[in-house]
Design a protein around this ligand. Structure first.
Ligand SMILES: CC(=O)CC(=O)SCCNC(=O)CCNC(=O)[C@H](O)C(C)(C)COP(=O)(O)OP(=O)(O)OC[C@H]1O[C@@H](n2cnc3c(N)ncnc32)[C@H](O)[C@@H]1OP(=O)(O)O
Ligand SMILES: NC(=O)C1=CN([C@@H]2O[C@H](COP(=O)(O)OP(=O)(O)OC[C@H]3O[C@@H](n4cnc5c(N)ncnc54)[C@H](O)[C@@H]3O)[C@@H](O)[C@H]2O)C=CC1
Length: 249
């Protein structure tokens, strides 16, 4: 299951899994069903399915997992890519940071990610263990903003820092169940988010990345998720995927 799987990093991850012979439940907001339909046409309905799902809802996430079970699909990997970003300073000329805005970002990014992790873990715990005694892996998406939050990123960085912090305790909690937990902290990737910026700005951002000297390709994120799924020793860690980029203030 890939949340936020209709767009950007999630879409590239779902495509990587489908191309590698896996089956993917794309769980995303109802408004993204058109994008998911494109993927179903590309890979086939036996490889890709769509579940309308808000990650903050217990009912929606349980529904997506139930739809997998109904299709006789086991869940071996749960990848959380659903996320939102806002830009506002702690204190600006307009006044203090809007508290509702802060809560919304924490709700979707942090609580949504944990909601998916806990319910996916319950479903994975019923799998038969493999030769390593493992039953599945939970993969979350933080951001380099968790470490290098910029001016105006207090809400987003807080939400992503919590995702990084929950990685080890989740891995420890779920070790007896044979379930791993990993987090990827991407740098700057060319997804619909950045594609909206003028090409000149995209080029400028890409030019700041040491090596390779360009923006990340979402397929490279999907490739790392694939490696995490297949490497049983990766557990309890956050991996930066950023070409050695460190964000300035
Ligand atoms: C890795 C990922 O997951 C993806 C990413 O992070 S991509 C990178 C994302 N980064 C961001 O989105 C940055 C977010 N921040 C911003 O967009 C802006 O800071 C903001 C819109 C929140 C505020 O900008 P603003 O409207 O200029 O702020 P305002 O409250 O009016 O304050 C303006 C003052 O702050 C300064 N300022 C604002 N942002 C600044 C910055 N990034 N660097 C330096 N100074 C900054 C302005 O120069 C100005 O200074 P003066 O008062 O001395 O003139
Ligand atoms: N693009 C980048 O450079 C970086 C992105 N990230 C993170 O990667 C993740 C994916 O980002 P992108 O692919 O760039 O963005 P995107 O906007 O292309 O995709 C995000 C997807 O999440 C879905 N989503 C949002 N709220 C949801 C909710 N409540 N329930 C279910 N789905 C929801 C959206 O519908 C969308 O399909 C986000 O968590 C983002 O913070 C982190 C670092 C860098």
């Amino acid at each position: 299951m890939v949340t936020g799987g209709a767009s950007g990093l999630g879409r590239a991850t779902a495509a990587h899994i489908a191309r590698s012979g896996g089956r993917v439940m794309v769980a995303d907001l109802p408004g993204q069903s058109g994008l998911a339909d494109e993927m179903i046409s590309e890979f086939g309905a036996d490889k890709v399915k769509f579940a309308a799902c808000d990650v903050t809802s217990e009912e929606d996430v349980s529904g997506a997992l139930a739809a997998m079970k109904a299709a006789d699909w086991s869940i071996n990997a749960s990848v959380s890519c659903a996320g939102i970003a806002v830009a506002a300073k702690t204190l600006s000329k307009k006044g203090p940071h809007d508290l509702k805005m802060f809560s919304t970002v924490i709700k979707v990014n942090t609580i949504g990610t944990f909601n998916v992790a806990r319910l996916a873990a319950e479903a994975m715990a019923a799998n038969e263990a493999d030769a390593n005694g493992q039953r599945g892996v939970i993969i979350n998406t933080a951001s380099i903003a968790a470490m290098d939050g910029q001016i105006g990123q207090v809400a987003y960085a807080s939400s992503k820092g919590a995702i990084t912090a929950m990685t080890l305790p989740i891995a420890r909690d779920l070790a007896p169940n044979g379930i791993r937990c990993m987090t990827v902290a991407p740098g700057l990737f060319l997804t619909p988010l950045l594609e909206k910026l003028p090409e000149k700005v995209q080029h400028h951002l890409g030019s700041q990345i040491p090596c390779p000297n360009r923006l990340g390709d979402p397929a490279e994120f999907g490739q790392l998720v694939g490696s995490i799924i297949t490497n049983p020793m990766l557990n309890g860690e956050t991996i930066r995927l950023d070409g050695a980029y460190r964000m300035p203030p």
